[in-house]
Ligand binder design. Structure first.
Ligand SMILES: *[C@@H]1O[C@H](CO)[C@@H](O)[C@H](O)[C@H]1NC(C)=O
Ligand SMILES: *[C@@H]1O[C@H](CO)[C@@H](O)[C@H](O)[C@H]1NC(C)=O
Ligand SMILES: *[C@@H]1O[C@H](CO)[C@@H](O)[C@H](O)[C@H]1NC(C)=O
Ligand SMILES: *[C@@H]1O[C@H](CO)[C@@H](O)[C@H](O)[C@H]1NC(C)=O
Length: 958
């Protein structure tokens, strides 16, 4: 019996197996020959570097080809899935998008695929070619995806003939110009079946009726028009007739009006609304309650004001609410505690005050809670978190939040992201961190910790893959032998001692400035790395490091910013530093380095900042420095340099700071300083600086010691606004070249302690931005030019110990200095000096005034005074302090254009792929560190940078 049963079972199994087998292998189904040839012609017109279409060969059944799908009965080709397989990962360096891009020409042979209803060519690279207009004749198409395929130019209106289309994806970032654009969107209203329209980054600014046309689509359910240069979302017809819209994404545009009312007519349909990164104004209207099924709302990064409306708590379906980075004030409404479905709540970066409502701590589904960077004041203890077991992201940075938990606290959650900068959690080191095993990013900077880093800490921290920021505490400990392997590490301004730690290759930025690390720097720089280092930023300034710079720089070729200033380093700059050709900022100041400025540095052609000040460098200033056309800041002060100032220096047209003070330079001042165009013209600054900023990072600015107005001080965030020339304390002779008076943006000019002769150039008053002028201790003579009365910003003046003569011109400014500014000039007279002028001197002075007033310069002075006022040094600086957007950083990756494109794409993709939902919870490493510069700005800066690099020598990059 059992045998019989067994046989039946066996037969049954065989039967089952064979049916499954045959049905899954419809090998009776051979593709149509015409279609096969069409596909082969299509393939031949394409370029296929990654050999993705290798299965497409004449011999085989085309229905089995990679990416081809046929109808299971007719055998006709119905779908082509040819998106780049590398498109899905974020920063997956192992899969390089470019290597797997299809390109070349899209052949009209596709027209022969009569039944094609699905065409996906996304994430390829068609080199900026226009979208082929014949696609408009492919009547069967229901799905067309050309997203991020580097098509460019005008979108062909013929696409409007695709009456069966229900999904259309165009746009995406392209490294080719022109970007896709639309002049008239009328064609879109013919796509009567369209449900899904995705056109981010398509330039729509010429089409003022975009809203009208898109709202004519009766089935449209999802609309994505992010970063489309749109500037108005008020309907031109007075009403909008979307009937079934569920998802509306209009982020990264330029809307600068109030939130329009028509949105609130989408009462029953709208589920997702994304308006972040615009300039929306006004309050959140109470009509928002009409959107009663709203599931996610993102209004972050706008200019909305007023209180967060209490009634938001009635939108019961909300899971994602983001109001971050606006100007909301007042308290967090306690009604938000009613939103029991809430998964993500982002209110950071506003002006909210008061305490945290207790209802907030009952939102037990919460995974993301971002309330930092407000004026909230509260004491938070472990009790608050009892009901938040799902919490993954917590942002509570705020100086008035106190976070006090027991040392043996075991939190109910496992965090992935913790941002508690400036939150008071010290003085003990937070031991509860040890319970968190999934943390990817930890920022407890400025949190008042005054303790030894516990022994478990470094081993535990090695599991944090992205960011670890302990800066600005008083944490001590010895890091000798510790291996650091987080992407971004900031230990600056603490009390760490011992030798430098070891580093794994994936570290991108290491900042250990302002600690007490000691010992030779060689073991660190010459350590055996487990592969090619990605280190871009290394800041070990202000420690007690000693020894010579070793010859190991070839290990660190990706370095972009290197700061070894304020240590005890000695010896010469080794030749191997020539391998640091990507350097944009090099600080070796205030050490005991000696020898010539070596030719090896000539390789660093992207330098934006070079600070070799306060060392013992000798020899001449090399004339090849003129090749660093991106150099903005050059300080060689307080060394032992001799010889003349090479005129090639004038080729550094981007220079804003030139400091050769306190050397033994001789010869004359070159007459070509008027080539420093950022010191002469207004308007080019932003362009030039985006280049510099990108290169040198701005989140933590480059710093530089400058001596201005007789005081040495460190300049950081405002460095880019400084314009100064300091040639003081050298042995320069000759006269002051009149060309210097063209530097109308110069704020400080110091030529003191030299052997200069002749008179002050007549037009010195054209330096209308000048705040500090020091010409003391020279052999200058003649009268003080009348034009200097126009120096309205001057607040530091040194003319002492020269041979000036005549009356000091009278102006509120020139008389406001005390006599010390003028002493040591026996022939000088008039206030503020006590010496009265004789008749002779008097009349000379009057003549000069007459001459000047006849001169045609006068009206110009008045105009420029106004400008001078606007760009006034401190005025601008003040503004800068408040400009969050200036704090961008980290995208140092990329002189390597390939890398660059890859990252840009990945970021873009990441942003756009993530619909609103994930955008709340996804914080890329780059984003989470206090950077909120809109991505499109970064990209624009980068596009600019690419243009710049294209002009430079690209060949060395690859
Ligand atoms: C053929 O495809 C259609 C949908 O395209 C599907 O519904 C049907 O089940 C398929 N038939 C077989 C035999 O696989
Ligand atoms: C709005 O759209 C619906 C459906 O497409 C249509 O029936 C109605 O007439 C439209 N209303 C207006 C005012 O255009
Ligand atoms: C909202 O809908 C009402 C009718 O339901 C209509 O009268 C009004 O014009 C619409 N408002 C907008 C801005 O579309
Ligand atoms: C919050 O700020 C407003 C003004 O912005 C002020 O009137 C109010 O008193 C503040 N509330 C608290 C609790 O500080």
């Amino acid at each position: 019996m059992t045998i019989f049963k067994g046989i039946i079972l066996f037969l049954l199994l065989c039967f089952l197996f064979s049916t499954i087998y045959t049905s899954s292998h419809p090998n009776t189904l051979l593709c149509n020959q015409i279609e096969k040839h069409a596909l082969l012609s299509f393939k031949h017109a394409l370029t296929d570097l990654g050999n993705r279409l290798s299965s497409w060969s004449a011999k085989e059944d085309c229905c089995g080809w990679n990416g081809v799908r046929c109808h299971n009965i007719t055998g006709k080709v119905i779908e082509l899935h040819l998106h780049n397989p590398c498109s899905s990962g974020f920063l997956e360096i192992s899969c390089n998008l470019l290597n797997f891009s299809l390109g070349g020409k899209v052949s009209p042979a596709l027209l022969q695929l009569e039944f094609l209803n699905y065409l996906d060519l996304s994430w390829n690279d068609f080199g900026g070619a226009p979208i082929p207009s014949f696609l408009g004749s492919m009547q069967s198409l229901r799905y067309l995806n050309l997203y991020h395929a580097s098509f460019g130019g005008l979108i062909p209106p013929q696409l409007g003939n695709l009456s069966n289309l229900h999904s259309l994806y165009l746009g995406g970032y392209s490294s080719h110009q022109p970007q896709l654009y639309v002049e008239n969107l009328g064609w879109i209203s013919h796509l009567s079946s369209l449900k899904y329209l995705h056109m981010p980054e398509v330039d729509l600014h010429k089409e003022v009726h975009w809203l009208e046309f898109t709202s004519m689509l009766p089935s449209l359910s999802k609309l994505y028009l992010d970063d489309c240069n749109l500037d108005n979302m008020s309907p031109s017809l007075g009403y909008v007739n979307f009937t079934s819209l569920t998802v509306l994404h209009l982020s990264f545009n330029h809307f600068n009006h109030e939130i329009p009312n028509w949105l609130f007519n989408l009462t029953t349909s709208l589920l997702q609304l994304d308006l972040r990164y615009n300039s929306l104004k006004g309050h959140i209207p109470s009509t928002i309650l009409e959107l009663r099924y709203l599931n996610s709302l993102d209004l972050s990064q706008n200019q909305l004001i007023g209180q967060i409306p209490e009634h938001l708590g009635q939108l019961k379906h909300l899971e994602y609410l983001s109001l971050g980075y606006n100007s909301f004030d007042g308290p967090i409404p306690s009604s938000l505690g009613n939103l029991s479905s809430l998964i993500s709540l982002c209110l950071h970066g506003n002006r909210l005050n008061g305490t945290l409502p207790s209802s907030l701590w009952l939102l037990s589904n919460l995974q993301t809670l971002m309330i930092g960077n407000n004026s909230l004041a509260d004491k938070i203890t472990e009790v608050h978190f009892n009901k938040l077991p799902k919490l993954k992201k917590l942002h509570m940075s705020s100086p008035s939040l106190i976070f006090k938990v027991k040392s043996n606290w075991v939190p109910p959650f496992q965090l992935e992201y913790l941002q508690m900068s400036s939150c008071k959690m010290g003085p003990k080191f937070p031991t509860w961190l040890q319970t968190q095993t999934s943390l990817g990013s930890l920022d407890i900077s400025k949190s008042g910790i005054k303790d030894i880093a516990p022994t478990w800490f470094w081993k535990w921290a090695s599991h944090i893959d992205r960011l670890i920021d302990l800066s600005d505490n008083q944490i001590s400990g010895n890091l000798s032998g510790v291996l650091l392997n987080n992407t971004y590490i900031d230990l600056s301004s603490n009390c760490f001692t011992g030798e430098l730690p070891r580093l794994s290759p994936q570290v991108f930025a290491l900042k250990m400035a302002n600690n007490s690390f000691s010992g030779s720097i060689s073991p660190f720089l010459c350590q055996k790395l487990n592969g090619k280092s990605f280190l871009r930023i290394l800041d070990m300034s202000t420690n007690s490091l000693s020894g010579e710079l070793p010859h190991c720089w070839t290990y660190w070729q990706s370095l972009s910013r290197l700061n070894l200033g304020n240590n005890n380093l000695s010896g010469e700059i080794p030749d191997s530093m020539a391998s640091l050709f990507r350097l944009t900022a090099l600080h070796l100041n205030n050490n005991s380095l000696s020898g010539d400025i070596p030719p090896s540095l000539r390789n660093c052609i992207f330098l934006g900042l070079l600070d070799l000040g306060d060392n013992k460098f000798s020899g001449n200033i090399p004339s090849w420095m003129g090749e660093w056309t991106t150099l903005m800041v050059l300080s060689l002060r307080s060394n032992r340099l001799i010889g003349t100032i090479p005129p090639q220096i004038c080729q550094l047209s981007s220079l804003i700071i030139l400091d050769f003070a306190d050397n033994s330079l001789s010869g004359t001042i070159p007459k070509c300083f008027n080539n420093f165009s950022l010191m002469t013209t207004i308007g080019t600054e932003d362009d030039a600086f985006s280049f510099f900023e990108y290169y040198s990072g701005a989140e933590n600015y480059e710093n530089l010691m400058l001596v201005m107005k007789g005081k040495a001080s460190e300049y950081k965030s405002i460095l880019k606004l400084v314009r100064t020339i300091d040639l003081s304390s050298n042995g320069l002779w000759g006269s002051i070249p009149p060309e210097i008076s063209n530097l109308s943006r110069l704020q400080s000019l110091n030529l003191s302690f030299n052997h200069l002769v002749g008179s002050i150039p007549d037009k010195m008053g054209s330096l209308e931005a000048l705040e500090s002028l020091d010409l003391s201790r020279n052999h200058l003579s003649g009268e003080i030019p009348q034009s200097m009365k126009n120096l309205t910003f001057l607040n530091h003046l040194g003319l002492s110990y020269n041979n000036f003569s005549g009356r000091i011109p009278s102006s509120t400014q020139l008389q406001s200095f005390d006599a010390l500014s003028y002493i040591g000039n026996p022939e000088l007279c008039g206030p503020p000096l006590t010496k009265n002028c004789t008749k002779d001197e008097e009349s000379q002075g009057m003549d000069a005034i007459d001459e000047d007033e006849e001169g045609h310069e006068m009206p110009w002075f008045y105009i420029s005074m106004g400008l001078g006022f606007i760009v006034g040094f401190w005025g601008v600086c003040g503004a800068l302090f408040f400009k969050k957007a200036c704090r961008y950083a980290y995208f140092q990756f990329l002189y390597d254009v390939k890398d660059w494109v890859h990252v840009a794409i990945a970021i873009r993709w990441n942003r756009l792929r993530n619909n609103l939902r994930t955008s709340f919870i996804h914080f890329s490493y780059f984003n989470e560190k206090k950077n909120y510069l809109p991505h499109f700005k970064i990209l624009k800066a980068k596009r600019k940078m690419m243009k710049n690099t294209n002009n430079n020598n690209l060949s060395i990059l690859s």
